[in-house]
Design a protein around this ligand. Structure first.
Ligand code: NAD
Length: 270
């Protein structure tokens, strides 16, 4: 995508791990649309080194931050403001991790210590990011914050496990902080609920192949790709969507409002 939709805008992009990451694709699209960006990820992810390629292409500094650590976040925002020589116009929260899924624990047998960590990394981290920005008054008027979510927050997808609860909390923080930041500074905060996408986090879900094929068959437009999601993020960061806030926006080819499709009926008749 080559346009000037984000010309003059400055943003922080969390969560680019490798080329498959939705955050990686969003960083490329934001750069192509004229934005200046700062990239951030957990120190352990930065050690993989992949992000340096993206940093070079997008001419962006990389500032590490574990999103569960308030000191890290403060340093990140200080570094970003210094780099931009001013405030921030947009933020992408593209972060998710389930310790219970990783350890193979079923939803009915979760470890609550892991569960707390999952909720902190995947959901309360949005509150932490926003609170850090709020305290530092780091986001400019009409700024835009987007976090990525999944429809398991509204409907049961058994193998999505505790991440369903994390996404429900993430969407709630979006609404609650969206109210306060809207009143105070006209900052808008939304979640984009994305189709299943082949990434490191996505593929961690048990039975992911069945999951993604089913969604493809159940979506009139087919599954939305990571690139399409990145383009939607650009539109949400642009001035064309100034009055959209506190929403959960489905970017899923129509999956969320489809009861059944001909393709699924035919499959069931076999
Ligand atoms: N892939 C899908 O099917 C899909 C669908 C809907 C929503 N999402 C959401 O999109 C977002 C991005 O995921 P993705 O699919 O691009 O996968 P990904 O694995 O590429 O990205 C997840 C990122 O979270 C980061 N992260 C984990 N713990 C962290 C911590 N403590 N501090 C800072 N960063 C941390 C990882 O380093 C990684 O970069 C997630 O919120 C995910 O739940 C993904």
């Amino acid at each position: 995508m080559q346009n000037n939709l984000l010309a003059g805008k400055k943003g922080i992009i969390f969560g680019a791990l490798d080329e498959k990451s939705i955050a990686w694709k969003t960083a490329l699209h934001c750069h192509a649309a004229g934005a200046k960006i700062v990239l951030s990820n957990a120190p352990v992810a930065l050690r993989m080194g992949e992000i340096n390629k993206l940093a070079e292409t997008t001419e962006a500094p990389v500032i590490g931050a574990d999103v569960t650590n308030m000191d890290d976040l403060k340093k990140l925002f200080e570094g970003a403001q210094k780099h931009f020589d001013g405030g921030i116009d947009f933020i992408l929260h593209s972060i998710g991790m389930s310790l219970n899924v990783r350890k193979g624990k079923a939803y009915t047998d979760i470890d609550y210590g892991f569960n707390q960590k999952t909720l902190d990394i995947s959901a309360m981290s949005l509150h932490r990011v926003l609170k850090t920005a709020w305290d530092m008054d780091a986001i400019n008027e009409w700024g835009s914050v987007v976090a990525l979510t999944y429809i398991a927050a509204q409907r049961v997808f058994p193998d999505y496990n505790e991440m369903a609860d994390a996404k429900a909390l993430l969407e709630s923080v979006t609404r609650s902080f969206g109210y306060h930041y809207g009143v105070r500074k006209k900052v808008r905060i939304n979640t984009i609920s994305q189709s299943p996408t082949r990434t490191t986090a996505g593929s961690g879900v048990k039975g992911f192949d069945g999951f993604i094929n089913y969604a493809e068959k159940m979506s009139p437009l087919g599954n939305a790709s990571g690139d399409a999601c990145a383009e939607y993020c650009v539109s949400m960061f642009s001035d064309l969507t100034k009055y959209v806030t506190m929403q959960n926006l489905f970017h899923d080819g129509g999956f969320s409002f489809t009861g059944v499709t001909q393709a699924v009926i035919e499959q069931m008749e076999k």
